[in-house]
Design a protein around this ligand. Structure first.
Ligand SMILES: Cc1cc2nc3c(=O)[nH]c(=O)nc-3n(C[C@H](O)[C@H](O)[C@H](O)COP(=O)(O)OP(=O)(O)OC[C@H]3O[C@@H](n4cnc5c(N)ncnc54)[C@H](O)[C@@H]3O)c2cc1C
Length: 378
């Protein structure tokens, strides 16, 4: 029989946010179940993630195995002509979504991680919240944490007026196995976090990340690049229309860009970026697109439902903070529950304050970093 004093928490979403919260909340003795709507293990397009302290702290605090990471010792800034305008010593570590996911799954029990279980609804109950879950039934919990991502149905139901705001530019992204590029091209990026201003105002950045299976051995890594490119509404619509004529709304998945878009991307890279950058773009088999948007909520707690991770605040990728923010939210929630003893509502109020402060700061930082790019087009 359940011990009524044990906190029972349901988590909607089994990506980084859901797992971070699951790990942190198990760490304070809560009984936690993660419900992920995808039927099979989550697969990533394999793009890179800059490692931040909040992520490492959460993993270390809960005894996770070492996170597979790559690293560099310097930052290099290239001009569009290809000159190294500046090189500075700066250590940085990088990882991949897959590496984080595997590391988190290693410390979260399989029996509590439920695939093919979409959270379809919830209502207030005597215990706190009754959560309806496809293929699982209805469960009673003290708290539902909605880590259901940027398109969160929970957020849209609770905060219907919160809209995602298009930033005026997209990110073309790609990864290339290091074994597939020539030695000179690899040497141009090895041990570096490399940036290049583009003639039209955006910039491209490149770093090495773990390869398939989170493999960090030399020879197995991937070169990861992101190029921020301004796009007005018509250009955006064209970019997000795939090779079959289907219009996507937030991203264009790997392998679906039209031949026309790829030819134009490569030509544009040749005209706007340092030659090594253009060469890397040309070497990428399946570049994909992420539309850059901001989402900021006014509240994250609604009685016994809390929004967490991208469901609450969607921050621009150049803040390099999405995964770390999810870990921050998770750690603050766990700490607040400990501090508040049995008073769950007081804990949620404290966690919400921290979440709102941090989320707003990151959204503003992302806007400040990227706001002049669309305006700087020739
Ligand atoms: C498969 C995958 C791969 C990714 N790869 C990268 C990457 O390479 N680089 C990068 O920077 N970011 C990547 N991201 C995004 C990154 O995880 C987030 O930006 C950040 O880590 C915050 O994570 P999150 O858990 O809040 O949101 P997300 O990572 O978006 O996860 C939300 C999860 O909730 C699930 N979900 C949605 N609705 C429901 C529901 N009703 N019931 C149950 N489950 C639901 C989704 O299937 C998803 O797994 C990826 C996300 C996913 C899901």
């Amino acid at each position: 029989m359940d011990d009524p004093r044990t906190l029972k928490i349901a988590l909607a979403g089994g990506s980084i946010g859901g797992l971070a919260a699951g790990i942190a909340l198990r760490g304070i003795g809560a009984e936690v179940d993660v419900f992920e709507r995808e039927p099979g293990p989550l697969q990533t397009g394999g793009a890179g993630i800059v490692v931040q302290p909040d992520l490492l702290d959460l993993l270390a605090h809960h005894g996770a195995p070492s996170l597979p990471m790559t690293g560099c010792s310097q930052r290099r800034y290239l001009t569009p002509g290809g000159d190294a305008a500046r090189t500075a010593s700066a250590r940085q570590q990088f990882t991949s979504w897959e590496a984080i996911y595997r590391t988190m799954r290693a410390v979260f029990p399989d029996a509590r991680y439920h695939l093919d279980t979409q959270v379809t609804g919830y209502e207030k109950s005597a215990r706190g919240v009754a959560v309806e879950i496809a293929n699982h039934g209805t469960i009673e919990a003290d708290l539902l944490v909605a880590a259901d991502g940027a398109h969160s149905a929970t957020r849209r139901a609770l905060q219907p007026r919160v809209e995602s705001r298009y930033a005026g530019y997209i990110a073309w992204r790609g990864t290339v196995p290091e074994a597939e590029v020539g030695a000179d091209l690899l040497a141009a990026f090895d041990d570096c976090f490399t940036f290049c201003e583009a003639c039209s105002g955006g910039h491209m950045l490149v770093y090495l990340i773990p390869g398939d299976g989170a493999d960090v051995r030399v020879g197995q890594r991937r070169l990861n690049w992101v190029w921020y490119v301004a796009a007005d509404d018509d250009e955006l619509a064209a970019c997000l229309t795939d090779r079959f004529g289907t219009r996507h709304h937030a991203s264009l998945p790997r392998g679906s860009a039209s031949e026309t878009a790829l030819v134009s991307l490569r030509r544009r890279a040749e005209g706007e970026l340092a030659p090594v950058m253009a060469e890397l773009v040309a070497a990428t088999a399946e570049p994909f697109i992420q539309k850059i948007t901001d989402i900021a909520v006014a509240r994250t707690v609604f009685e016994r439902v809390m929004l967490l991770g991208d469901a609450a605040f969607l921050v621009r990728p150049h803040t390099a903070a999405a995964a770390a923010k999810a870990c921050f939210d998770a750690a603050r929630l766990a700490a607040a529950l400990v501090d508040a003893g049995n008073d769950i509502d007081a804990a949620l109020a404290a966690a919400e304050r921290a979440q709102l402060r941090y989320g707003r700061r990151l959204v503003e930082r992302g806007i400040a970093l990227g706001s002049d790019w669309p305006a700087r087009r020739a």
